[in-house]
Each structure stands twice: as structure tokens, then as C-alpha cells.
Design a protein around this ligand. Structure first.
Ligand code: FES
Ligand SMILES: [Fe+2]
Length: 398
């Protein structure tokens, strides 16, 4: 499919229905998605706590892209394309670690921690190393979270950050430690994984463990006394009771979507645990458990769930047309110690079982969508967030 055909396809997409099959099944669309959606936005790469020291680094991969996120000699966090400027080999193969330099395994061109080319043997007169540093990606840091973008001009997000900051400050997100990361590979297009995350219409039928403790599956609970009572409890522990929704689809002058809302857990649940009891020390400056969980979105691809004592991050990395890694990351307060302050198995229990359920329903979704008899279907009111994802996504074809 060429650009024109893709544009016609996107323009013909009906507004209140799921996407046409080609969006989930065409290689041309997949290539478009990486080039014009993923490579044009901000992607959450990780947290500063993963690279505390000079020379610490980790990789983040999606589609054909690989980025090195590293802390340089000046203590700055940088991001570089993991593509050698000589003949294009991957430079760094280790997923994370500590390096003094990055040396390409092919012909040993060697790069500094800030991406600059340090040595390239026998390149002759007139070769200017300054022209051949690793390509830089943009980086922005928010409360310790690292976001990267390979776009020439990444979307604007100052307004969103300004508005979000006071709402999340009490959680002390700068002061976190990575407790666990798990990957759930799913044989489905990345958009089906994102769509699944965006709606809780499926939570009741598909997630019995989650549905026992979280009220989000039931829209009527959100308008009743449960929500009002939570707001009071949240304020009492030092949290804001404000919500935030900023979207360029709504006419807000932001380049990526921002969302923040705290929702009540059911009675008896202080956090997202099996027993309802706390899992780890309280985050930041919180003065107690309010029995809530906040959904935070910084761009449609970057989602976080903040309980009173831990945070869970979600990403859906495309690995192929119908091959996606759901990556779930658990964070606790920086000074918490495994075994003493939290039990890793209990901490990860809820979102481990939930992600296994999600893997199954997303895979089955893709199998059905691949049928010659698939037709776009109508979305329910509870799936409203998928509309804003479609709007944002389809705009990438213009
Ligand atoms: S491709 Fe990296 S040094 Fe040749
Ligand atoms: Fe789910």
C-alpha cells in the first residue's frame, strides 16, 4: 500500500466504530505506525533510578528502533539511536549495565557516553568525527520518569506537565526504585493492546481479581458516594482531589494527551493487593492510605497506575505487525527493601494475573480481526477513551 492508499483508508474510517482490518493486518500500515506515530511522539523509556551512576545505561526497543538511554560524565540523561554511524550495525547489545564507552562490535568505532564519536581507526584524512556521533533522541524528565522522542520536533507538553505536576507531587515519584519488570508477549497488533488498556468495559467479564477490588469496572460507582468519599480521604492524606484531562482533540494546546484521575477501590482494599492490605511503604509524603488508585497518562502510549504504596507502569512495544510486548513495571519507594518492606510476589500478583488475562483476550481479538468476515463494530460508552486514541492515531495519516 502506498501513502495515498493509506490516506484514503484512514479518511474512510467510520467514526464510531473499531478500525478497519487493514489497520491491524497490513505491513504497510505497521511501517507507517512506527514511522509516523511512534517516531513522532514521546515514549516513556524508564526511570532515573535505573541509571543512577555515570555510565549506567539501558536499552529501549520498539519496531525496528533501538535506543540507548545513558547517564553521561556530566550526570545528564541522554538517549541515542543504537545504530552505528559507520555501516549501521547495532552498537550496544547488552540490555542494561555500565560502560565507559560504547564500542561497535563490527569495526570498533567507539562512542562516548554522550553519543559523540571518540575513535574510528584508519578513516583517513578529511574524516571529521564530529559529524558521526550517534543520532540523538530528545529527552524530557518528569519527576524522575524519562521520556524520549526520535522526532525532529517532538510534540509540545509543557502545559500538560505544568498542570500535572502539583497533582502528582505528593507521590514523590522521583524517589522510586524499580522492583520488577515483566514482559507479556502477545500475538496481536500493538493497537489492540493499547485499546484494551484504554477501556474497562472488559474488566468485569475478563478480570475477576481486578474486578473484586477496583470500582472502575462499574461506571455507576464512579458517580456515587464512593467517589465523593474517596475525594475526602485523598485530601486527608495530602493528595489533590482534582482530575486532569488535556487533549488536542478537545482543542487544548497540548501535543500529547494528559490524564489524571484517582478512582476508589472497594471497601476493605487499601491498595491493589490480594488481601486488601498494604504491599509496601507509603509513597512520597502521603500520610495514610486513602483506598484509591490514580490513572495517569502522559501521552497515549504511556500509562501509569499509582496506588498509595506502589506504582505500575504499562507499555505496549510493537515487535512486529502482530507481535507486541506488553511490558509491566512495578516501582516502590526508593528506601523499601524486598523481603523486609515488601514481598515481590504479592506486589506483582494483581497485575501479573491481570496481564495474563489481557494477553489472552488481546490475542483472541486479533485472531477474530484476521477473519475475512471481520467488520468494524460499534464502541460502548465505557470505551470512550478508544475514540480519542483513534482520532489521534488517524491524524498521523494526514
Ligand atoms: S558498523 Fe559499527 S564500526 Fe562498522
Ligand atoms: Fe485488561
Amino acid at each position: 500500500m502506498v501513502l495515498k492508499e493509506l490516506q484514503t483508508l484512514a479518511a474512510g474510517q467510520s467514526h464510531n466504530k473499531t478500525l478497519e482490518q487493514a489497520f491491524y493486518a497490513s505491513e504497510a500500515v505497521y511501517r507507517h505506525d512506527i514511522q509516523n506515530y511512534w517516531n513522532k511522539t514521546w515514549i516513556w523509556a524508564g526511570h532515573e533510578c535505573q541509571i543512577p551512576k555515570e555510565g549506567d545505561f539501558f536499552l529501549m526497543d520498539y519496531g525496528p528502533e533501538s535506543l540507548i538511554i545513558a547517564r553521561d560524565r556530566e550526570g545528564q540523561v541522554g538517549a541515542f539511536l543504537n545504530v552505528c554511524r559507520h555501516r549501521g550495525s547495532r552498537v550496544c547489545l547488552e540490555r542494561s549495565g555500565n560502560r565507559r564507552v560504547f564500542a561497535c562490535p563490527y569495526h570498533a568505532w567507539t562512542y562516548e557516553l554522550n553519543g559523540a564519536l571518540r575513535s574510528a581507526k584508519e578513516m583517513g584524512e578529511g574524516f571529521d568525527p564530529a559529524q558521526y556521533g550517534l543520532l540523538n533522541a530528545h529527552v524530557f524528565l518528569f519527576e524522575g520518569l524519562i521520556f524520549v522522542s526520535t522526532a525532529e520536533h517532538p510534540p509540545e507538553c509543557r502545559l500538560g506537565i505544568e498542570r500535572l505536576k502539583p497533582l502528582v507531587e505528593p507521590y514523590g515519584l522521583r524517589n522510586l526504585k524499580l522492583a520488577a519488570t515483566k514482559s507479556y508477549p502477545v500475538r496481536a497488533n500493538w493497537k489492540l493492546a493499547v485499546e484494551n488498556y484504554m477501556e474497562c468495559y472488559h474488566c468485569g467479564p475478563a478480570h475477576k481479581e481486578y474486578a473484586r477490588s477496583h470500582s472502575l469496572k462499574d461506571p455507576e460507582h464512579m458517580t456515587t458516594h464512593l467517589l465523593e468519599a474517596l475525594k475526602q480521604r485523598s485530601c486527608a492524606v495530602g493528595l489533590s482531589d482534582q482530575e486532569l484531562y488535556l487533549s488536542s482533540n478537545q482543542g487544548d494546546p497540548v501535543g500529547i494527551e494528559f490524564y489524571y484521575k484517582r478512582s476508589p477501590l472497594f471497601e476493605g482494599y487499601e491498595t491493589g493487593s490480594q488481601s486488601g492490605r498494604p504491599l509496601a511503604p507509603l509513597l512520597g509524603t502521603l500520610e495514610g492510605f486513602d483506598g484509591g488508585a490514580a490513572d495517569m497518562e502522559i501521552g497515549l502510549l504511556n500509562n501509569f497506575l499509582i496506588y498509595s504504596d506502589h506504582m505500575v507502569g504499562y507499555r505496549f512495544f510493537p515487535k512486529g505487525l502482530q507481535d507486541t510486548d506488553i511490558e509491566v513495571t512495578w516501582f516502590v519507594r526508593a528506601d523499601a527493601e524486598a523481603g523486609r518492606d515488601y514481598d515481590l510476589e504479592q506486589l506483582t500478583w494483581l497485575w501479573d494475573v491481570t496481564s495474563q488475562d489481557d494477553e489472552r483476550i488481546i490475542r483472541l481479538n486479533q485472531e477474530g480481526v484476521n477473519s475475512f468476515h471481520y467488520r468494524p463494530g460499534p464502541l460502548a460508552e465505557m470505551e470512550w477513551a478508544i475514540f480519542s486514541f483513534y482520532e489521534d492515531y488517524l491524524a498521523s495519516f494526514k
